[in-house]
Design a protein around this ligand. Structure first.
Ligand code: ZN
Length: 267
């Protein structure tokens, strides 16, 4: 006896009802859902499509209260442990299936189906999901950074100088700080959930010329000025306007070559 999953079509109302009675048929949206399938069963089914010859491990799926929308998977003593953000606890089966495929492909170093990746991203990128993720990050996440008055540079001073020069002094100052760890990969970032700009403490050093520190700060300030654009499944962080504005930085070329040299020096 094979226990293939049952595919059932379900008719659900559209979120925005269409008032024209002529079009009442359009009110319905066919959503294919895999009913009677638990999340564990979805993972079992996807596992069999990815590793048909491997013995099926015991699968344990938990929804966890993470401070972000991340999910993780690992194979531990013959047990497949999946921890999914509780933000997806009520996500429909096709989304669970897409995530299952993405996580299992990652675990077994396979290329996931681009259509499933797009389906998952699209869901996370929906305005309501983005709002929920933002709130959850703010409530559950915490942010640790050092005082903006560093050993060599004062980020408040640098921010205000740039604010005066490029933003008519009109930009409301977010929280500012130096990172706890001297990261080389992330020189700076703006976190909209906590409204804070953090620069890597690697730059709070004699070895970092001021034009470079200002340039990185300027870049992060542009993230406040030009928020990330969301288009369908895509996220556009450095838009055309953003890049154009960035080139207005006085000493743009110099800052970029200093950046290169600095990274080589500190490598
Ligand atoms: Zn950026």
């Amino acid at each position: 006896m094979s226990s293939s999953p049952r595919l059932v079509s379900r008719v659900v109302p559209l979120r925005k009802p269409i008032r024209t009675p002529m079009l009442h048929l359009v009110k319905m949206q066919i959503e294919t859902a895999l009913f009677f399938e638990s999340v564990e069963q979805i993972y079992t089914r996807v596992f069999r499509t990815i590793r048909p010859r491997t013995a099926l491990p015991e699968i344990v799926v938990r929804f966890r209260k993470y401070a972000n929308a991340n999910s993780r998977i690992r194979l531990e003593q013959g047990r497949l442990r999946v921890d999914i953000t509780d933000l997806l606890e009520d996500a429909p089966a096709p989304i669970q299936e897409a995530l299952a495929s993405i996580l299992l492909c990652k675990l077994f170093r396979k290329e996931p189906d681009p259509a499933l990746v797009a389906r998952y991203r699209h869901y996370l990128n929906r305005a309501d999901m983005r709002r929920t993720i933002h709130l959850v990050k703010r409530e559950r996440g915490w942010k640790a950074y050092l005082n903006p008055r560093g050993k060599f540079y004062d980020l408040v001073q640098i921010f205000e100088d740039l604010n005066f020069l490029y933003f008519h002094g009109l930009m409301a100052r977010p929280e500012l700080g130096w990172s706890l760890r001297a990261s080389r990969r992330t020189l700076g970032h703006y976190d909209p959930s906590h409204n804070v700009i953090v620069l890597t403490s690697l730059l709070d050093s004699e070895a970092a010329p001021k034009v470079l520190v200002s340039y990185i700060m300027f870049h992060e300030m542009l993230h406040l000025r030009y928020p990330t654009e969301h288009r369908g499944a895509r996220r556009c962080i450095h838009t055309r306007e953003f890049k154009q504005a960035e080139r207005a930085f006085e000493g743009y070329e110099k800052a970029n070559s200093e950046l290169k040299q600095f990274l080589e020096r500190t490598a």
